[in-house]
Design a protein around this ligand. Sequence first.
Ligand code: 4AD
Length: 469
Amino acid sequence: QALRSCSSAPCARPRAPAALSVRDALRARGASGERVKVQGWIRSARSQKEVLFLHVNDGSSLESLQVVADSSFDSRELAFGSSVEAQGQLVKSPSRGQNVELKAEKIEVIGNCDAKAFPIKYKERHPLEYLRQYPHLRCRTNALASILRVRSEATAAVHSFFKDSGFVHIHTPVITSNDCEGAGELFQVEPSSKTKVPKENFFNVPAFLTVSGQLHLEVMSGAFTRVFTIGPTFRAENSQSRRHLAEFYMVEAEISFVESLQDLMQVMEGLFKSTTMMVLSNCPKDVELCHKFIAPGHKDRLEHMLKNNFLTISYTEAVEILKQASENFTFTPEWGVDLQTEHEKYLVKHCGNIPVFVINYPLALKPFYMRDNEDGPHHTVAAVDLLVPGVGELIGGSLREERYHFLEQRLARSGLTEAYQWYLDLRRFGSVPHGGFGMGFERYLQCILGVDNIKDVIPFPRFTHSCLL
Ligand code: 4AD
């Protein structure tokens, strides 16, 4: 009733054109002649025979929409970097490489851009290192925008994979009182001095930013069988390397009634391959841009990873391979010592650049929760790391120690018995064999896109001596 009286009223205003994203405008293949409104930032401006050609991008796709304006428009403000709103008709474009363009009837500059001061220059392909200085502006470049769109698609693809495989998504806490990995690389959380609560007893116990959601996922796998999370994790590691961050995202899964590492490895390989296939099919142009301009040749390397079955070697075999290598390693490979990045790199190369699972690590190297293999003098646990080309360790996982007495002894040896009574409870009340893993999400993006530095695949990187913005 309300609608009818409104549209029939004599004062009804002409209908404002529908707002379209650049992506949707470009998809209007038939160029219906529809009047539309598009908002975005000018990526290029060029005039030719009194006609002005603008390319407007709003981040919805890699491609920009060509907006064509005649000489009645004042071109002075329509410059690179300015934000604009253009209204007009979507028409078939005579230009090569695009189906549609917007024949402008009205263009409004929303915000000017001072091109001289703007650190991003017209037509320049800035190196990623340069752009890192401008975390608030670098997302306006094609390279960063493509990487971040891939990141968004990959997040959705991870959710899709787990949903289709019958997993329940769990929000694990960011603030926690445990140090899952036991490595002490924790950021402590305290209220600021301005809060009314005394900082010593806000939580009554020392509280930290989580290093892993694993222990909380183990709780949930005791009720939902198959669970996963994808969330921020924090490590106070003193590392400036191209694969370490102080804040990174981890994709973690925990599965009950799993009895072998092979079952876990199948899920890991499935996660890697199906997430990647989904990303490739949902944002092919963004991936192509990375493979073409950031990491030439990476397309073939990725295809090689996708089409081959991942390999498996034991930690003991890995050490043997390294010992026999004619490589001059900085760290001498030795049984009982952790694999270094240089070792991981060599192993992947040795395996023909196919991702490789390294299993059964020395018990002494791994945290208290990993399942004891009870295997004699070379005492190992059922741990698995997935090593991939260019990155090294991408996923870390294990079977968990589900046997009450084994776990009790391991906790006692680490002096953790009191703090982990609740964790022991999980083994007292309906314990099941189970296991899980965590994949570094930024390392995954590095691996599929070929981006060398982890700081370029996260919107706002945090690392030692740097917390810009
Ligand atoms: O091997 P990690 O330490 O395993 C865990 O935290 C387990 N609790 C996970 C689980 O089983 N649910 O870390 C898992 C992965 C690594 O393989 C690596 O890809 C990534 O997290 N990672 C980092 N990524 C960026 N910066 C760092 N400082 C990272 N530390 C680990």
